[in-house]
Design a protein around this ligand. Structure first.
Ligand code: PGA
Length: 251
């Protein structure tokens, strides 16, 4: 059985003191879960977060990285830099980065390869826009994004990728996808992986749902056949709400 992975994506929120307080408060609330708990925090909070999660079951991720190890890339942070301070996960290809910072399927692919080269676990985002959905292109788009993101990876690497299916129309809008819709999109992502890498691989890939995940609907979403947890934005900024999402299976 695949494990459930619940990751918070703080985006450009939280200062170091707020980060320390948040982790100190949430750690006892999530300590007994069998689900994997990850917080993807801004670069400036990483070090504080890493120190504060020591002796807890909370893992820390970054929200982006460059694919080169070093060089003349003003303002960028490399996978190697993240790895040496103890970061374990990194979000790659979030739709906000694709939309505002010219992230493409090609740069996403390069970043995933670099993440693996630096022993970081990538959380790769795919998802359709509202327009693409209305045109009936959801499946085509998410399969293509998945295929291009994973191009050139070994079976072993693909097994260790976490994919977050995040329909863009559901992000930050309060409009969560229905569990049927989200599960069916995730199934088609898994099918696409199966067609390239085989069933043994596709059955092991963790595929999360993201887009207005809230505690009231977490259980319904995460108990479907193919949704293996969530990538949570807004709701991951509140201790109580995020702990309820992590503990969705305890009610
Ligand atoms: P949201 O964001 O939960 O606030 O919709 C999810 C995400 O962008 O990862």
């Amino acid at each position: 059985m695949r494990r459930k992975v619940i990751a918070g994506n703080w985006k450009m929120n939280m200062l170091p003191d707020e980060t320390i307080k948040f982790i100190d408060e949430i750690a006892p609330l999530v300590k007994d879960t069998k689900n994997e708990v990850i917080l993807c925090v801004p670069y400036t909070d990483l070090f504080y977060a890493l120190l504060t999660v020591q002796n807890t079951n909370i893992k820390i991720g970054a929200q982006n990285m460059h694919w080169e190890e070093n060089g003349a890339y003003t303002g960028e942070v490399s996978g190697k830099m993240l790895k040496v301070i103890g970061v374990e996960y990194v979000i790659i290809g979030h739709s906000e980065r694709r939309q505002y910072y010219a992230e493409t399927d090609e740069t996403v692919n390069k970043k995933i390869k670099s993440a693996f080269a630096n022993e970081l676990k990538p959380i790769v985002c795919v998802g359709e826009t509202l327009e693409q959905r209305e045109e009936g292109k959801t499946e085509e788009i998410i399969k293509q994004q998945t295929r291009l993101a994973l191009e050139g990876l070994s079976n072993e690497q693909v097994k260790n990728v976490i994919i977050a299916y995040e329909p863009i129309w559901a992000i930050g809008t309060g409009k969560t996808a229905t569990s049927e819709d989200a599960n069916s999109s995730i199934k088609s992502i898994r099918k696409e992986i199966e067609s390239i890498y085989g069933k043994e691989v596709s059955e092991q890939v963790i595929i999360q749902y993201g887009g207005s995940v809230k505690s009231e609907i977490a259980k319904e979403l995460f108990e479907t056949s193919d949704i293996d947890g969530g990538l949570v934005g807004g709701a991951s900024l509140k201790v109580e709400e995020f702990s309820k999402i992590v503990n969705y299976d305890k009610n």
